[in-house]
Write a protein that binds this ligand. Structure first.
Ligand code: AMP
Length: 396
């Protein structure tokens, strides 16, 4: 595949150059400590590589939703020490009151984090004066934050038009993986789409039916499709007002030669809590006072057989209410099948979205997938077939 974006390999000499690197440092914190440093670790490769090459690395990032106001609780000063610990070298905090002055004193190979980009109301508006203010701080621009690329903000999109722009290592890996999964995948391709509601994933489903050979629908959203096919889903989570839309999607799939897989056996309970009494039943045997909370074992086995015939898998959303045992069973089982097939070399597997990553971690297989994207909104928009502004700006 010919790549249509430039990477760190195309930057030429960076020694002594000021490189603005957009990262996603929006980490969860409690009592002043970072509770999950995944995003900090993901930023290390690009920052370290540029610093090793002698660049003055100025990291740009947002933190929380300060809505254009200065807010000390959302200062990136809070993330500077944790990032320094993960990076394993000193990191300077750059207050945006005198950013140019501080940057002028930076040495070659030094790393700094500029204050929260969203303290400036122009960031989210992609305001020209904000883009100019940031562009004046650097010579080159690197976007390494795929997870923020669905927003056309000054630091994620505007800067790419002002400075020579490159994809960071994390962005590069993400774009390559996504291209293998949906851009130019090896067929047959399967998509697993699960999660709570159809309404949040309508565009994903509509796009996928035209792209993939097998569409596996699970989770609460499968109930709306089952209802559309005349199944009585009892007390299950179900968007009854969307059964017409579900039918349209099934019709579109039919026309596109995409096989849609809905569960035919399910695990049901009368109460939604951990380890309640459960029954495994055919979808036509759900009682009025029961809820479908997971895909059943027979359907799960059939889905595993589908994956065995496929070369590519893209996965978003759990097959059941996986946070509550035993309704994680189908998700864990299918995730393990996908991981085993990936290890054997017969499947390229790409998964993304917050809940999906949590589910794969629960199954202990996140490391065995070909690629796991921690991007939530950006991953979904990409699955919808939308052009992400931050990516498009790199592809000019
Ligand atoms: P989403 O954020 O759309 O990917 O939805 C994920 C959520 O869907 C998780 O919190 C699951 O517990 C929930 N979920 C999956 N299957 C079901 C189901 N059958 N009934 C209710 N909730 C479900």
């Amino acid at each position: 595949m010919a790549r249509n974006f430039r990477t760190l390999d195309d930057m030429g000499e960076v020694t002594g150059k000021r490189v603005l690197v957009r990262e996603d440092l929006n980490v969860p914190m409690a009592d002043g400590a970072v509770t999950d440093d995944t995003r900090l670790r993901a930023a290390v490769q690009t920052v370290a590589e540029l610093a090793d090459k002698g660049a003055k690395v100025i990291v740009l990032a947002h933190f929380g939703r300060p809505k254009g106001q200065r807010n000390p609780e959302m200062s990136l000063a809070l993330v500077t020490r944790p990032f320094e610990a993960v990076l394993g070298r000193p990191v300077r905090f750059i207050d945006d009151q005198d950013a140019a002055g501080v940057i002028a004193t930076m040495a070659e190979g030094e790393v700094g984090i500029l204050e929260n980009t969203r303290f400036d109301a122009g960031e989210e508006k992609n305001a020209p004066e904000t883009v100019d203010r940031l562009a004046a701080l650097g010579d080159l621009y690197v976007n390494d934050a795929f997870s923020a690329a669905h927003r056309a903000h000054a630091s994620t999109e505007g800067l790419a038009h002002k400075l020579p722009a490159f994809a960071g290592r994390q962005m590069e890996a993400e774009l390559d993986a996504l291209d293998k999964a949906l851009g130019n995948p090896e067929h047959p391709v399967a998509a697993v789409v699960g999660g709570a509601k159809v309404s949040t994933k309508l565009d994903v489903l509509k796009h996928l039916v035209a792209q993939v050979d097998h569409l596996i629908i699970g989770g609460g959203m499968a109930n709306t499709f089952l209802a559309a096919r005349g199944v009585n889903v009892g007390k299950s989570l179900c968007e009854h007002d969307l059964t017409g839309t579900a039918e349209e999607i099934l019709d579109a799939a039919d026309k596109a030669n995409c096989t849609v897989h809905l569960p035919y056996d399910v695990v049901v309970a009368k109460e939604f809590r951990a380890n309640p009494p459960v029954r495994t039943v055919n979808v036509h045997e759900v009682a009025e006072d029961e809820m479908i909370l997971d895909v059943g074992p027979a359907a799960t086995e059939a889905l595993a057989d589908v994956l065995k015939t496929c070369r590519t898998l893209v996965w978003n959303g759990p097959l059941g209410a996986f946070e509550t045992p035993p309704f994680d069973t189908a998700t864990i089982s299918l995730a393990r099948t996908a991981a085993a097939l990936t290890k054997e070399g017969s499947l390229v597997s790409v998964a993304g979205g917050g809940d999906t990553v949590a589910a794969l971690n629960q199954a202990g297989v996140a490391g065995d997938f070909s690629f796991v994207s921690t991007a939530g909104g950006a991953f979904l928009e990409w699955m919808e077939g939308k052009a992400l502004p931050g990516v498009a700006a790199l592809q000019r």
